[in-house]
Write a protein of this length. Structure first.
Length: 271
């Protein structure tokens, strides 16, 4: 089966989903001998236009796991704005060493529902956006090598014309994971927003420009009038380290994760 182009399409607030998708796409392009492209749809401006693919395309569509599923504000774009029109897709989710629960199933269902033939599916453990204590060094060299091996196997499968149906773990219709606090009770931090250390903030506005929800006031980055999805992009991208979360329920959830989910998790590669 001749592939004309491979594309990495991803949402990646803190960079690791993008890193994994780019590694996979570059390796696929090398083994298939075709051009590659990157389509980063992390910023809201990119949701204004659909991405149209067609037969002969192979897309790696990659998103992080949020609360055991895909980020709910981004899902509608994946379901309706990324159009396969007969292209092949590899579904890739990343997760922060707790569990990907149902996110891979949700991504596969979204892709199959919008014109893709699903060729493979993978889940990769990456640094948890909330804390470096969970998979802080991942994706590491071994993870990136595993992605390259996977690319080789995908290429072999394509060349052999063996497209089989996949058994994807999870349930795309399952509810979201309910985050727990240290006391084992649901940690309610839906309304939490990032705070700003006045003495550190240089007022550069980078946080406002990079926020996937456009939630931060570009004129005054101390104010967050929009919806915060807790993606941590502002926290991790602020050059001054001026942003932080102080919501007690959020901090309790992070402490619970640190207490229970440091044991390294395995990646999953399905073909
Ligand atoms: C709001 C939010 C919810 C998350 N929920 C989960 C989860 O349910 N399970 C898990 O293992 N990791 C979870 N994570 C961690 C991310 O899946 C992980 O850090 C991911 O690799 C981030 O991708 P990025 O670097 O492309 O932003 C969550 C992260 C955020 C920001």
């Amino acid at each position: 089966m001749k592939i004309q182009r491979v594309s990495a399409l991803y949402f990646s607030a803190t960079g690791n989903t993008g890193k994994a998708a780019q590694t996979l796409v570059r390796a696929l392009a090398a083994s298939l001998g075709c051009p590659w492209e990157i389509r980063d749809f992390t910023l809201p401006q990119s949701w204004e236009r659909p991405i149209e693919l067609s037969a002969g395309d192979l897309a790696v569509v990659a998103l992080p796991t949020y609360a055991g599923k895909l980020p709910n504000k981004i899902l509608p774009y994946v379901q309706t704005g990324i159009c396969g029109n007969g292209a092949f897709a590899l579904a890739l989710v990343t997760f922060g060493n707790r569990s990907f629960d149902n996110s891979l199933a949700e991504l596969c269902a979204a892709l199959e529902g919008n014109g893709f033939h699903l060729l493979g599916a993978a889940a990769m453990a990456c640094r948890h956006a909330f804390t470096d204590k969970l998979a802080g060094d991942r994706p590491n060299q071994q993870d990136l090598e595993a992605l390259k091996d996977y690319a080789g196997k995908v290429t072999e499968k394509l060349l052999a014309g063996e497209i089989t149906s996949l058994s994807i773990p999870g349930d795309s219709a399952a509810p979201y994971y309910v985050p727990k606090g240290l006391d084992g009770q649901p940690a309610k931090f839906l309304k939490a927003k990032p705070q700003t250390r006045r003495e550190l903030c240089a007022g550069c506005g980078l946080c406002a420009r990079l926020c996937p929800m456009g939630a931060i006031d570009p004129q005054d980055p101390f104010i967050v009038p929009g919806t915060c999805i807790k993606c941590q992009r502002c926290i991790r991208s602020c050059p001054q380290g001026a942003k932080y979360f102080d919501d007690p329920a959020f901090l309790s959830h992070v402490a619970m994760l640190e207490e229970n989910f440091q044991e390294p998790k395995e990646n999953l590669f399905l073909l």
